[in-house]
Design a protein around this ligand. Structure first.
Ligand code: ATP
Ligand code: MG
Length: 396
């Protein structure tokens, strides 16, 4: 529940804080820009202020602003707060007003922190604040202090001239602001895994260029729309990025692969796929490829098979989900919002042979595959199409 009279949102970052001072300052500046862009994209009025180690959004819409900023990569937690002058009477008044709104019984604690010059300590704030809360609610409930595991936490952060009163720390995605890493081409199939993988890459600062391979007759009717829907959802986390899907038609090549190869077919298909991604990476100056592959999830994703397929490209392949169980990935997809989009069966199942190889060697895969497989990939990639979507075009 938001504090009554909330007029500011406090933002905390996580890993940015382990950087050197110089890098931290630059990343905080970057984060401030991303936060402002997100507020703008979500239609929330707010002014972003940046002090060392902390960002603030001054706003008349604390709920909307908190919802928006907790979708910004780099934001670890956010608290809608009420700003008051850094005087004891103002702080205790704000705590009392807050308690009257949010306190419905149980135990409580005041957690106070302070930086700057004041004629009171953080201990004083805890003590006098606790008294004020007690007086405010003791007619209605029986307030009990519990400093270890309280039902209600009242936070006070005193910073120089101002004090901030709040009662919650809402989780953001954490990570780093997008754009603090080089871009990656993300192979997005629209299944459950690959959108989560793309989101994880963005969360660590790498913008993604979404690439969808259109399987033609091998994809279901909704296969393409499903992929686009997941990309639209991902785009909402990064309003300044160009998230228009790149699409390459591969149906006729898959036909040829199905005719030409048996047990190692999926591996050659993946090698073909990575080669296409490599071409796209070159055109957008991306420094890697990201996929939703997870160790052992499919026959093409065994340790040996991943080794065989990786040799197809000089561009590194990043697999954020490598060690994740499906249930964990599903939970992540639900949190991110891509799970519902990703419900129909993926087309590539039908491409798979009945008895896929699980321990393929590079030599065996190469021996079975058409000599000009990588030329097919170059040809296919040459007609990459950029699909315009109403919500996915970047604004900067
Ligand atoms: P997902 O893994 O996203 O749930 P899936 O099960 O259809 O989709 P897999 O067969 O597991 O895909 O493929 C492994 C990875 O290869 C995917 O996570 C994705 O990164 C990539 N990929 C597969 N099919 C496509 C496609 N049609 N377009 C783009 N990338 C794809
Ligand atoms: Mg998968």
């Amino acid at each position: 529940m938001t504090v009554p009279g909330a007029d500011v949102v406090l933002l905390r970052h996580g890993d940015i804080g382990v950087k050197s001072a110089h890098v931290q300052a630059a990343m905080e500046g970057h984060l401030a820009e991303r936060v402002a862009a997100m507020l703008d994209a979500r239609g929330v009025e707010g002014r972003v202020e940046h002090e060392w180690g902390r960002l603030f959004v001054r706003t008349d819409e604390p709920e909307g602003a908190t919802d928006a900023v907790t979708d910004v990569f780099g934001v670890h937690t956010a608290s809608p707060a009420r700003a008051v002058p850094a005087r004891m009477d103002a702080i205790t008044d704000a705590l009392a007003a807050t308690a009257r709104t949010v306190y419905d019984g149980g135990t409580f604690a005041v957690e106070a922190r302070r930086t700057g010059d004041h004629d009171f300590t953080s201990h004083d704030v805890g003590h006098e604040g606790g008294d004020a809360i007690w007086r405010a609610v003791s007619d209605d409930v029986d307030p009990v202090v519990d400093l270890d595991d309280p039902d209600h936490r009242f936070f006070v952060e005193v910073r120089d001239e101002e004090a901030f009163v709040f009662v919650e720390k809402r989780d953001g995605p954490g990570g780093f602001p997008v754009g603090t890493q080089a871009p990656l081409v993300a192979l997005i199939s629209g299944g459950i895994d690959s959108p989560v993988a793309g989101w994880q890459a963005m969360r660590r600062g790498a913008p993604i260029v979404p690439l969808y391979l259109d399987l033609g007759a091998y994809g279901g009717v909704d296969h393409r729309e499903r992929a686009f829907a997941t990309i639209d959802t991902l785009a909402q986390y990064v309003p300044t990025q160009d998230m228009r899907p790149r699409v390459v038609q591969v149906g006729e090549y898959v036909d040829r692969l199905v005719d030409a190869i048996d047990s190692t077919r999926m591996l050659s298909y993946r090698r073909f796929m990575y080669r296409i991604a490599e071409h796209v990476a070159d055109t957008v100056d991306a420094a890697g490829i990201v996929t939703g592959e997870a160790l052992g999830q499919k026959s093409s994703q065994t340790v040996r098979n991943l080794n065989a397929v990786d040799r197809a490209t000089r561009v590194p392949i990043h697999r954020p989900l490598l060690t994740r169980d499906k249930q964990e990935i599903i939970a992540a997809a639900r949190r991110i919002g891509t799970y519902n989009d990703a419900t129909i069966d993926a087309g590539c199942q039908r491409v798979a042979p009945d008895k896929p190889a699980t321990r393929a060697t590079v030599a065996a895969v190469e021996a079975a595959e058409p000599a000009d497989l990588f030329e097919w990939a170059a040809d296919a990639a040459a007609s990459v199409e950029v699909v315009e979507r109403s919500r996915t075009e970047g604004s900067s």
